[in-house]
Design a protein around this ligand. Structure first.
Ligand SMILES: *Cc1c(COP(=O)(O)O)cnc(C)c1O
Length: 388
């Protein structure tokens, strides 16, 4: 079976992990801060806080910003549920902004229109979470202008897009956002097994996020409320969590970073080759605006001949029968049963809904060979023609 995505683990990665297992530290040793420094420097951010998943990273980023009951968080329906769930974890309300049919990212015009309306109704969001779908950065510069005008904070969900660039800004530089979040889940660009990271240039947010990662506890006398601190003392200053990353995971992450540039360039080559080989009468794909660099976490096609779920289901199962595990990213979050129970329904975000009926994710990972890719393309063409 050819999967849609697959991690690469080298002998060097395995050695890096074994070395930690033989060391004095399994968690919260020297590897975590080393991984944090490495990623912060790589993306050009001042601070990095490593945690056990991007989901945790989104949660503590929202909390550090002060999102709470009575506030709104907006994100896109074309994402993994975690981009929305983080708002609900904080007791806030969640709403969505539809996607642009070409970039598949949050539509900035739709965002502006919704902000104008919310401003009139007094329901402006406190936090907006743009998602760099498939590795393509959202137009953060425009969103940051809206953030200034309407007074919201921006958390970039860059789970797909470490190694990508927004104009000349490396994703994660936080030039146009308050916090950027990365995921190191095995299907993503680089992995630590499970893991995530928040990066920010804001000292205050960084310090709150590191507290929230470990129960709200500090061992730093300068942060404590009591003035006389014996050497064994720690203080819990607020209600936090155990969201720590272990040194075992961090060592894998550090080792993987050395391949990031290579992998992003391989992913781009594979994507370019797809665009050359695929028949654009049968399908279209995500448009990459001039000046943007995608890290190509995903290569999705929109099948033009598909007019309903039955045909797509047919194509999906035929591809699987031929040994190609195509996937779907994403069924819109607002149509998940849980979100429907909160009041969302079909027809609310038509571009995302239509996109979801047409889309398939094709295999794309660094070790994907040209002959595998030829097979995927010819099989997809044959099946699409049969289903026409
Ligand atoms: C994978 C993913 C997450 C969650 O990442 P975890 O590290 O698995 O918690 C969040 N948002 C998006 C867009 C993702 O793809």
């Amino acid at each position: 079976m050819i999967p849609y995505g697959r991690q690469e683990v080298s002998d060097e990665d395995i050695d890096a992990v074994s070395n930690v297992l033989r060391s004095d530290w399994l968690t919260q040793g020297p590897q975590v801060p080393k991984f944090e420094r490495l990623v912060a420097d790589l993306v050009g951010a001042k601070h990095a806080i490593a945690v056990n998943s991007a989901t945790s990273a989104l949660h503590i980023a929202c909390m550090a910003i002060g999102l709470g009951p009575g506030d709104w968080l907006w994100t896109t329906p074309n994402t993994f549920v975690a981009s929305a769930n983080c708002g609900l974890y904080c007791g806030a309300d969640v709403d969505f902004v539809d996607i642009n049919s070409k970039t598949l990212n949050m539509d900035v015009d739709a965002l502006e229109a919704k902000l104008v309306e919310a401003s009139r109704l007094g329901t402006l969001p406190k936090v907006i979470v743009p998602v760099h779908f498939g590795g393509l950065p959202t137009d953060q510069e425009t969103i940051s202008l809206l953030a200034k005008r309407y007074g919201f904070k921006v958390i970039e969900d860059a789970s797909h897009s470490i190694g990508a660039a927004n104009k000349s800004e490396t994703v994660g530089s936080c030039k146009w956002s308050d916090v950027t979040v990365f995921s190191f889940h095995p299907v993503k660009i680089i992995t630590s097994g499970e893991g995530g990271m928040c990066v920010t240039n804001n000292d205050e947010l960084a310090s709150r996020m590191s507290l929230l990662r470990t129960h709200g506890i500090t061992k730093n006398p300068a942060q404590m409320e009591s003035t006389d601190s014996p050497p064994w003392k720690y203080e819990q200053l607020q209600l936090g969590f155990n969201y720590r990353m272990t040194d075992i995971h961090a060592a894998l992450g550090i080792s993987q970073v050395s391949q990031l540039k290579n992998w992003v360039s391989q992913r781009n080559q594979i994507a370019d080759r797809y665009k050359m080989l695929l028949n654009n009468d049968l399908m279209s794909w995500q448009e990459i605006p001039r000046g943007q660099t995608s890290s190509y976490h995903l290569f999705v096609v929109m099948l033009k001949i598909v007019s309903g779920q039955t045909k797509k289901r047919n194509i999906y199962s035929k591809m699987h029968k031929c040994g190609i595990a195509v996937n779907v990213h994403y069924e819109p979050v607002h149509l998940q049963p849980f979100y429907k129970r909160l009041g969302f329904c079909e027809g609310m975000f038509p571009v995302s809904e239509r996109y979801a009926t047409e889309t398939l994710t094709l295999p794309l990972f660094p070790a994907f060979t040209e002959s595998e890719q030829d097979y995927v393309v010819s099989t997809l063409h044959r099946i699409c023609e049969e289903c026409q």
